[in-house]
Ligand binder design. Sequence first.
Ligand code: FAD
Length: 492
Amino acid sequence: MKSIVIIGSGMGGLTAGNLLAKKGHKVTMFEAQKTPGGYTGGFRHEGFYFESGTLAFESSAQVFRAMKEIGVFDKIEFARQKMHINAGKMNGVCSSYREFKTLAYCSYPGEKEKLDRYFGEADKMIRAMTGMMAPHGVAGFLAFPFHLAGFMYLFRKYSKITVTDFAAACFGEGSALYAHFKGFGYPDMSAALIGPALAAFLDDYWTVKKGFQSWADALADNFRALGGELRLGTPVDKIVTKHRAAAGVEARGEFFPADWVISAADYKKTFLAWLDDRSLLPAEFVKKVSETAVSEGIVTAYLGLSLPPAELGKWLKAPYGSYRDPSSVADFRLGADDPDYFKKAGAGLYSPSLHDASLAPEGKSSLMIQAIAPTHWMNNWGGGDRQKYRELKEGVKRELVAKAAAVIPGLEERIEYSDLATPLTYERFTANTDGATSAWSWNPHNKFYGSPLGVHIGTPIKNLLIGSCWSAQIGGVPSAINAARRCARRIG
Ligand SMILES: Cc1cc2nc3c(=O)[nH]c(=O)nc-3n(C[C@H](O)[C@H](O)[C@H](O)COP(=O)(O)OP(=O)(O)OC[C@H]3O[C@@H](n4cnc5c(N)ncnc54)[C@H](O)[C@@H]3O)c2cc1C
């Protein structure tokens, strides 16, 4: 039996904790907040339930396998996340990639050739990827090398081109289709991810019917039942090293010794703030950790509405919707200094209570409105001036509500409760640098790891592992879970 300390109880920490406790190790998990879950948590306010940030996840096969291994799969009600695309001419509910393509072709019948060019490449990526991931039977096994070669060819071809450039090449800058497709996924993410991301968001996009917090709670309960110790409201201040190896952590002035330390929280803070002796790190590693860009943050408006779910559902058409006004396009590359950025940006609308009416008081609904935020918008939200910060927050909330009101008539009159989270809020609650939503930057020109596909749990410090989404260039629920499984395997 080894003693293991885990920093953070997001999906990475909770998965690692469960797998290791199940193997009989002595595991102590530290969580800075009073509830577990990190980005896959949620909260209630005045009876309205809201997700803290994450609304869905993809790669369900990997996620479900881990939950079955832990033994909590049957305790969580996973549900498919359908999407209502609402962007000018393109307006319809899609529950698959095929339906999305049909919607695009029907909305722009005169643009068949350009759409063929875009979807033709996306189709090739999806075919190669699915062929690689599901090699059934002898024929599938024999075909695997061909799918792998096809995938690698396409990956290399597009890995250095951004989605914005790819959309410009296919549709021409300034066109309506360019406006639709340039904003797909993360700003300026690699075009090599278009196929995998389309397939993931449309064919394999899942949420939790009773809210993500119910998932985190089920994992936390299971962890405790396996003998694990979960210390909520206890931030780790220091990773303590002895003889150049991790030897435990310090929290609230107390030392907790461990054979292994797993950081399932922010990467930059792990090495630049919590590690007790930075001289153990190679200088070039410190430079890279300090300088590499993180993924963009997000703003979320949380609204409690005096609107019955059935009435809200009439307007939203699906619990999750992507709204974009193609006539006003935000330029993300210039967005950091643009006071009107959020007026022009697209937004996602999500109502947890459309999945389960008990997530809001009877006859009422919860609504979240999200938009990707340029990093350090408006001098990082007012340059530390609290009054300016409040004003910027109010302004952004107004813009987001106005966007949602274009979809839900009379929305303003139905708001009973409202608040806004900015990237600074997310950093305060999860410690993720700049409120990074999905680990490192998705921009192919800002890489931390050599390949965006790998999972990297090792660190320059012996016995210190990364068990969070930061183990991958492209973070997310599946990458946090993958990192956790690898940590459990490495420790044995
Ligand atoms: C708005 C939004 C949308 C997203 N959409 C998707 C999506 O569609 N699909 C997808 O797969 N992923 C999505 N993600 C990303 C996904 O949620 C994260 O990548 C994943 O949940 C991260 O899990 P984690 O365990 O690595 O870290 P986190 O969830 O960040 O958990 C880290 C935990 O560590 C705790 N902590 C931090 N510092 C300390 C300390 N010093 N001591 C103790 N505890 C500490 C934090 O409080 C937190 O609970 C989204 C994220 C956001 C914010």
